[in-house]
Design a protein around this ligand. Structure first.
Ligand SMILES: Nc1ncnc2c1ncn2[C@@H]1O[C@H](COP(=O)(O)OP(=O)(O)OP(=O)(O)O)[C@@H](O)[C@H]1O
Ligand SMILES: [Mg+2]
Length: 240
């Protein structure tokens, strides 16, 4: 068997857990409730992807305006305005005319085409969709959602583009998605969580699945620092 090409996330401790990175072309679900760090983690994935590995990336936002997202990124040391200005990382808002018209039937083919065109036009090797939950909510029907994610994953794989689909889940619930189908069509699942300790709400990260990769499934304590995401095994941090 030939070795898999890897898409290094650039977050060293996460790449170590994944034995090097995410297999290139994979579709990974990043699940977590509000404030668990989904946006910050994926922004680092794209910025470092462009800066360190020369891989262009696209951030498809359905909730936050690109200007605001870029302004938030500026707080981190890995932020480089040149990466944004040169278009190596593009932050794009998926608009109603892209197949998500308010009050009308959503058009999965049109949403898919928009995302695929963005990836192709930018020669992107990394794409983040924030969030897949918002698209699923518009699509409503389970069979349509399953088909949409399968088609999305297939079309990105042939473009050698690794994707992270953000899944918004309610806090402290044992679920990876709202519709329950997203996790089965994804190649990998990374779960962000939180737990309370002495009145402090700490963040956690856990790799639940990564097809074809041998990886630990323990919870890591996740920190958000100016240098980006940090991870430390829970037993090391707290002896638990
Ligand atoms: N510069 C920073 N340094 C440390 N922590 C930060 C910094 N900026 C933001 N945070 C923390 O990150 C949290 C937001 O993270 P992020 O936006 O990635 O969450 P999210 O999972 O995307 O949430 P949502 O589902 O609401 O979009 C903030 O609530 C704050 O606690
Ligand atoms: Mg977010």
């Amino acid at each position: 068997m030939s070795p898999k090409l890897l898409c290094k996330t650039g977050i060293k401790s996460l790449d170590d857990i994944l034995s090097g990175g995410i297999p290139s072309g994979y579709t990974v679900l990043l699940a977590g409730s509000s404030g668990t760090g989904k946006t910050i983690l994926t922004q680092e994935f794209l910025m470092k992807g462009a800066k360190i590995y020369g891989e262009p990336g696209v951030y498809v936002s359905l909730s936050e305006a690109p200007k605001k997202m870029i302004a938030n990124m500026e707080n981190f040391n890995y932020f480089d305005p040149e990466i944004i200005n040169s278009g190596q990382v593009r932050v794009v808002e998926l608009k109603s005319e892209d197949g998500l018209r308010r009050g009308r039937e959503p058009e999965p083919e049109r949403i898919l085409r928009t995302i695929r065109n963005l990836v192709e036009d930018n020669n992107a090797k990394r794409v983040v969709i924030d969030s897949i939950t918002a698209i699923c909510r518009a699509l409503k029907d389970e069979a349509v959602i399953r088909q949409f994610i399968t088609d999305l994953a297939d079309s990105l794989e042939v473009l050698y583009c690794t994707s992270i689909l953000i899944s918004e889940i309610p806090p402290r619930e044992i679920a990876y998605s709202v519709f329950g189908v997203e996790e089965f069509v994804s190649d990998g699942i990374i779960l962000l969580g939180e737990f309370e300790r002495k009145g402090d709400l700490l963040r956690t990260l856990q790799v639940i699945k990564m097809r074809g990769v041998e990886h630990p499934r323990n919870k890591e304590v996740m920190g958000i620092t100016k240098n980006g995401i940090t991870l430390m095994p829970m037993f090391k941090a707290y002896g638990e």
